[in-house]
Write a protein of this length. Structure first.
Length: 428
């Protein structure tokens, strides 16, 4: 190539780069429209991670959000297969690349030279790189999510297909990060106002009941028996308000990503026995028969024990509250057949009752926030949040929760969770 050819080559490269940017910005506009159609924060973050992966053709991406209270970086979504298998919930601010980006508010790009020296400080000192060892990344980019001059999170892209992240890649990711930050803040405001509106609606009924009870207690002609009845109603409504407040706070933490899970390896059978002992007095008080059917061994989970206990107790309490007089509650736990011994196995926890069942039109909505089936409202009071929170917890553990029910034949709720592998963690 002659000296005269050099400007032409550089001009051609600039044109190609410009064409790439124009094409990507067109794609980005379509993706931004897709972001605005997301209904929940988790859905939005998954779309951002997928958009980053597709736009710059990388192996995977991670979206992390800064907890407004603790300052921790929590994983909102990832498309990277290695990180998805590890089921990491948060990155340490002090030792991660994401933490550096969060502190500086500026992007960081690492080339293969910096990432392929695991014995030096340039590589393994970073949490993300050590996490993926020994499959060290070939290229890495991390960008801040900035809204109103505040860094609210970090977008990371890992392993650019065919090489390193170019300036054009970084320009594309910066544009996506900017749009994502705005979308996240708007979604948070929307969910917060929506949740508050629903909470206000829900507390009106117990507040009205409390006002009525206070007015009745103020009457001088109220008899002693009636007074005791009103006081009993008063206590029930206060308990209902307390339950609603507790579950609302729990829900707010879960939806904002501020709920911290503490996974450990534990045996499921003793936990089920604990839950059974807790609800046993309630069952006896309602004249219910209790049946337990557990696999004797081999049901080890790697999960947050407290949260799984919360789910099981919610299902058992519902089975008692919405049962028929003299009915039966069955608690089963078993290893699911059909999977080979080892990774990929799961277990099922099933809670069945002999109550009136759930109408077909109510089944698609039973796990929705504040939803209560009409047949259930006639039998017991509730907040309409328990099953929604249970679903959130189960899905956060890579599981699923489902229900089978027919009117007049009772209901069966089933939780399916992955079993821990030999190493004590989730399979995969």
């Amino acid at each position: 190539m002659t000296t005269a050819d050099a400007p032409s080559v550089g001009h051609d490269t600039a044109i190609r780069n410009y064409q790439v940017l124009v094409r990507r910005y067109a794609q980005l506009l379509d993706l931004v429209r897709d972001l605005t159609s997301a209904l929940h924060l988790n859905d939005l973050l998954e779309r951002v991670a997928l958009a980053a992966t597709r736009l710059v053709e990388c192996e995977g991406a991670v979206v992390l959000l800064r907890d407004p209270l603790s300052g921790e970086l929590q994983v909102g979504a990832t498309t990277h297969p290695g990180l998805a298998r590890l089921r990491v919930r948060e990155f340490p601010v002090e030792s991660s690349l994401a933490g550096q980006v969060l502190a500086r508010g500026e992007p960081i790009v690492l080339s293969s030279e910096a990432l392929q020296r695991p014995t030096t400080q340039s590589s393994l000192r970073y949490y993300e790189v050590a996490l993926l060892a020994p499959a060290y990344p070939q290229s890495f980019a991390a960008l801040p999510l900035v809204s109103k001059d505040v860094c609210i999170g970090v977008l990371e892209a890992i392993n650019r297909s065919g090489g390193q992240f170019s300036p054009e890649d970084m320009a594309t990711l910066e544009a996506l990060a900017g749009q994502a930050a705005v979308a996240v803040e708007n979604m948070r405001l929307f969910e917060q106002s929506d949740l508050i509106a629903e909470l206000v609606h829900e507390i009106r009924t117990p507040l009205t009941a409390l006002g009525t009870a206070a007015a009745l207690l103020d009457r001088s002609d109220l008899g002693e028996i009636q007074r005791h009845s009103v006081l009993s109603s008063l206590r029930q409504e206060i308990a209902r308000l307390n339950e609603l407040a507790d579950e609302f706070l729990d829900l707010a933490r879960l939806e904002a990503g501020r709920a911290r899970f503490q996974p450990t390896r534990f045996s499921l059978t003793p936990l089920l026995a604990e839950c059974a002992e807790i609800v046993m007095p309630l069952m006896h008080g309602n004249g219910l028969k209790f049946v337990r059917q557990f696999d004797p061994e081999g049901l080890d989970l790697f999960a947050d024990r407290v949260r799984i206990k919360q789910v099981i107790l919610n299902l058992l309490s519902n089975a008692v509250k919405y049962n028929s007089p003299g009915g039966q509650v069955t608690l089963r736990a078993r290893r699911n057949a059909g999977a080979p011994q080892g990774d990929g196995e799961s277990c099922s926890i099933e809670v069945a009752d002999s109550g009136p069942g759930i109408a077909a039109e109510s089944l698609p909505h039973i796990f929705e926030r504040f939803y209560r089936a009409k047949e259930g409202e006639q039998r017991a009071q509730g907040t309409g949040l328990g099953l929604y929170i249970a679903r959130h917890i189960v899905e956060s553990h890579r599981g699923r929760i489902e229900v089978d029910s027919q009117p007049g034949q009772g209901s069966e709720f089933r939780v399916v969770l992955p079993l821990a592998n030999i190493a004590g963690r989730l399979p995969g």
